[in-house]
Design a protein around this ligand. Structure first.
Ligand code: URA
Length: 439
């Protein structure tokens, strides 16, 4: 006769390297959702999974249970194909802000639920909130109605979506169990697949400014994410992209919104647009509105040249309560009171701009959060960044610090002094867009 199964029995089975049953995984996720497992039991289980891993089948079961811990948005009333893009996060990664309206302008609905920045990487929600009045906390009904009407909505995670992840992510953060592929799969995909999408494109970043520093690890994560999402009936592809130098020339919330608006006006930095087009092509292909990458690229370029993507962005800002005048006059975005140049110590060719150092300087200025409860300053950051391969003269500014505090400004300049390297020859080309994973 079998008695009740206690959390400690399930923890012990994973601790000893066994494969968990669906019922055991369900008990763990339910325990995180309804409080029937204590935090110390959840933490012990997270560490057991971290050390012992999960099979692909366990990971898929875990992800499905995480997704079903809350509401799965029903976007059945939206007739267009529904596609989203998720990035594992980087420095200066403002791609969602302009890519979503570009793709929406190509006849695909983009329901996007995004996160806030934590640590060195920024978050789409913080960037959107730099637009005066912009509301990211819509109800699921408002979200559904906007996707139906505009084909585009960018909001924050609601309390009803994947609540088990909210609990477990907070525990992982303080128990050294974040860097674990099955746990990352469950966390990212539970939220993304609860949005009500049909297909998903992932930007899995590698390099010193990324969550995964090594390309091999990023590839492993991408393969796991694609396999699990596909098993769950959502066709998914992942692109590996490099995150060694910041993406674009701006890091900081309002500065990045201004850069995204420039992208929508056809004036985006080359690296940012290369990543944007590569991801957008996959979104249109997976959504079935283009049959070749070249055709998808033409549609995306047209969305820019006709102004259709910019109009979509403007309509989204208006619909979500934001001041759409920023589209024509980015000076209406929050502005910092102090601007300091960071001069190059010599003339030559830019060999390197260290994304992590730039991110840490932006964090010092208040552009990001060291802890989840910190407030961000939308106006501050690092702008006018020089790019690898460009020529620079001694004494010329290679970056401009935007600050609202003298001491933070001076410290950020000091932090940046060693972040850029100049050499005598142009540096060799590096790969920005890596391989594509998924059928
Ligand atoms: N982002 C998430 O949402 N979850 C993880 O586990 C890692 C990155």
């Amino acid at each position: 006769m079998s008695g009740p199964v206690f959390p400690q029995h399930i923890i012990a089975r994973k601790r000893d390297g066994h494969i968990l049953t669906d019922a055991e995984i369900a008990s763990f996720v339910r325990g995180a959702t309804d409080g029937s497992w204590a935090d110390y039991q959840l933490s012990a289980m997270l560490m057991a999974i971290f050390l012992r891993g999960m099979t692909p089948a366990e990971t898929a079961t875990y992800t499905a249970a995480m997704m079903r811990s809350g509401i799965v948005a029903d976007l059945g009333s939206v007739k267009l194909p529904k596609v989203d893009k998720h990035s594992t996060g980087g420095v200066g990664d403002k791609v969602s802000l302009h890519l979503a309206p570009m793709v929406a302008a190509c006849g695909v609905a983009v329901p996007m639920i995004s996160g806030r920045g934590l640590g060195h990487s920024g978050g789409t929600l913080d960037k959107l909130e730099a637009i005066p009045g912009f509301r990211v906390s819509l109800s699921l009904e408002e979200y559904r109605a906007q996707v139906e009407r505009l084909g585009l909505c960018l909001i924050g995670q609601t309390a009803e979506l994947a609540p088990a992840d909210r609990k477990l992510y907070a525990l992982r953060d303080v128990t050294a169990t974040v860097e674990c592929i099955p746990l990352i799969c469950g966390s990212i995909l539970a939220k993304k697949l609860a949005e009500g999408i049909d297909v998903l494109v992932l930007d899995v970043k590698f390099g010193r400014g990324a969550f995964m520093k090594e390309k091999a690890k990023a590839r492993e994560l991408a393969q796991a994410l694609v396999a699990v999402a596909t098993t769950m009936g959502k066709p998914t592809r992942a692109l590996l992209t490099a995150m060694e130098e910041p993406l674009g020339r701006a890091v900081g919330n309002a500065l990045e919104v201004a850069e995204s608006i420039a992208c929508l006006k056809g004036r985006g930095p080359a690296d940012t647009m290369a990543v944007t087009f590569a991801l957008g092509e996959q979104m249109l292909l997976l959504a079935g509105v283009a049959t070749t990458a070249a055709e998808a690229r033409r549609q995306l370029e047209q969305s820019l040249s006709t102004g259709a993507a910019l109009s979509k962005f403007r309509a989204m800002v208006t619909a979500q309560g934001g001041d759409a005048r920023v589209v024509d006059d980015p000076a209406l975005l929050p502005q910092a009171t102090i601007r300091l140049s960071v001069p190059s110590s010599r003339s030559g060719w830019v060999q390197d701009v260290d994304a992590m150092q730039v991110a840490l300087a932006a964090l010092r200025l208040g552009a990001g959060r060291a802890r989840a409860e910190d407030k961000v300053d939308p106006a501050v950051g690092v702008g006018a960044l020089v790019k690898r391969g460009e020529r620079i003269e001694a004494g010329a500014a290679w970056a401009i610090v935007h600050a609202n505090d003298q001491r933070a400004a001076q410290e950020a300049v000091a932090m940046l002094t060693k972040a850029m390297v100049v050499g005598d020859q142009p540096p060799p080309a590096v790969e920005l867009i890596g391989e594509l994973i998924g059928a």
